[in-house]
Every structure is written in structure tokens, then in C-alpha cells.
Design a protein around this ligand. Structure first.
Ligand SMILES: Nc1ncnc2c1ncn2[C@@H]1O[C@H](COP(=O)(O)OP(=O)(O)O)[C@@H](O)[C@H]1O
Ligand SMILES: [Mg+2]
Length: 222
């Protein structure tokens, strides 16, 4: 199996005042290419903390994290930034489209950061997901579900090997949640490892594996 993420004995604590709060405790995890994995668990159990570490948004931890076979502690800040830009896509619960840019311009943003913008690729992505009609609209002109899907396409723009979604359907109705889950499944079908946190049991079960965050660890439910 082609491992995208391998984690062993990952621990993470936050300092609050004089107290240390241990959120993740010797956690182990792995996800392979093309796999769709969901994580459930109560609010405050450390799901977002975990995703931020896997997605290189946070680098204070103990234990070992390997992305694409490379140990994070061996990488320089520049190497980690490049790895994140090229190989990791993030989707959050609340869409984060830039209001002054069109949907297509928003989707092109991650490519622009790499100096590789090509609106043809962005349009192709929109077409593949049946969203070409909103390409030239501004975020305020489209629905909540469309915004979330556009944010997802932006996360997919650089063809990341790892797509991380933190409660991507948390703000959507049943129909739009289903559409987003279809999109995530499709992303996994193209070879990305898809890692999703969700509160929704039905959504969680659409994944290949379901894990539960509890007591600072991940346990397999399915
Ligand atoms: N930046 C931070 N500083 C201090 N404590 C934090 C910080 N971020 C999260 N926490 C605490 O860590 C725990 C896990 O939070 P989080 O990962 O956001 O949980 P979840 O996503 O499962 O709801 C919570 O108790 C939260 O209050
Ligand atoms: Mg969270």
C-alpha cells in the first residue's frame, strides 16, 4: 500500500496558564493513496488539532509524522511550506472564499501562489464537478452549498495527494452534504488520500474506514 501519512506515538499538549492540557496521547494513524477515511468524536476531543498537525498547519508535537515517506522533523521550514502548497488541500466547515474574486479566480489561487496559474485547468475542474455555471460569479452570488464545493475545488486545484476536510458538511443541508461527500469520494477515486472529520454519522459511514477520536487516540470503528 502506498502510504501518504504514517504517524506513530503522536502526542500534543496545549499550555493554558500554568496548566498543560494533553489533547493527543501516543496516537497512531495511517492513510494510503486513494483511501477515504473519516474521523468522528465529541467536540473538544482533538480532531482539529490532529488535522492541523497532519496538514502542516501546526508543528509543535512529539512523536513521529511521516508525509509521503518523509519524516517531518527532517524537513526545513521551506520544504514543509512547499510540501503543504503542492501536496495538501484543506477544506473547512465555513467556506473561506475571497469575496472580491470570482469562483474561478478563487480556485486558481493555490496555483497562482506557485506561479502556475492556468484558468483552463480551473475551468476543467469546475466542469468535471458540474459547476461551470458559477465560474464567473462572485461568492455572494452563489449558494452556501456551491461556496463549499468551490472551496473544495480550490483545495483540489494543485492535485494534492492529501485532501483534509474539517467538518466540510457541518454547515450544509442533507442534499448538499451528499453532494460534497460524492465530491470527496471522487477525489479519492483520482488517487488522493481523503481525510475528513465529521459530526454526521451518516457522512462518516460513506468513508472506507471510520475512526473515533477518544482519550487522545484514534480507534477503528469500521
Ligand atoms: N490553540 C489552543 N490553545 C489551547 N487549547 C486549545 C487550542 N486549540 C484547541 N485547544 C483545546 O484542545 C482541545 C481539542 O480541541 P480541538 O482539536 O479543536 O477539538 P475538536 O476539533 O475535536 O472539537 C479542546 O479542549 C480545546 O479547547
Ligand atoms: Mg474541530
Amino acid at each position: 500500500m502506498d502510504k501518504v501519512v504514517e504517524i506513530s506515538a503522536l502526542s500534543k499538549a496545549y499550555t493554558q496558564g500554568h496548566e498543560q492540557i494533553l489533547v493527543l496521547e501516543e496516537l497512531n494513524f495511517h492513510i494510503a493513496k486513494g483511501e477515504f477515511v473519516s474521523i468522528v468524536g465529541p467536540s473538544g476531543s482533538g480532531k482539529s488539532t490532529f488535522l492541523n498537525l497532519v496538514g502542516l498547519l501546526d508543528d509543535v508535537y512529539s512523536g513521529e509524522i511521516r508525509l509521503f515517506g518523509r519524516k517531518l522533523e527532517d524537513l526545513s521550514e521551506g520544504e514543509k511550506a512547499a510540501l503543504r502548497l503542492k501536496n495538501v488541500g484543506f477544506v473547512f466547515q465555513f467556506d473561506s472564499l475571497l469575496p472580491e474574486f470570482t469562483v474561478l479566480e478563487n480556485i486558481e489561487m493555490p496555483a497562482r501562489v506557485l506561479g502556475q496559474t492556468d484558468p483552463g485547468r480551473g475551468l476543467e475542474l469546475l466542469r468535471r464537478f458540474g459547476l461551470e455555471a458559477i465560474a464567473h460569479k462572485f461568492p455572494m452570488e452563489i449558494s452556501g452549498g456551491e461556496k463549499q464545493r468551490a472551496a473544495m475545488l480550490r483545495a483540489l486545484r494543485n492535485s494534492p495527494a492529501l485532501l483534509i476536510a474539517d467538518e466540510p458538511t457541518g454547515n450544509l443541508d442533507r442534499h448538499n452534504s451528499g453532494v460534497i461527500l460524492d465530491d470527496l469520494r471522487r477525489a479519492a477515486g483520482t488517487g488522493a488520500a481523503v481525510l475528513m472529520v465529521t459530526h454526521n454519522e451518516e457522512a462518516a459511514r460513506r468513508a472506507d474506514r471510520v475512526l473515533r477520536m477518544a482519550g487522545g487516540k484514534l480507534e477503528e470503528l469500521k
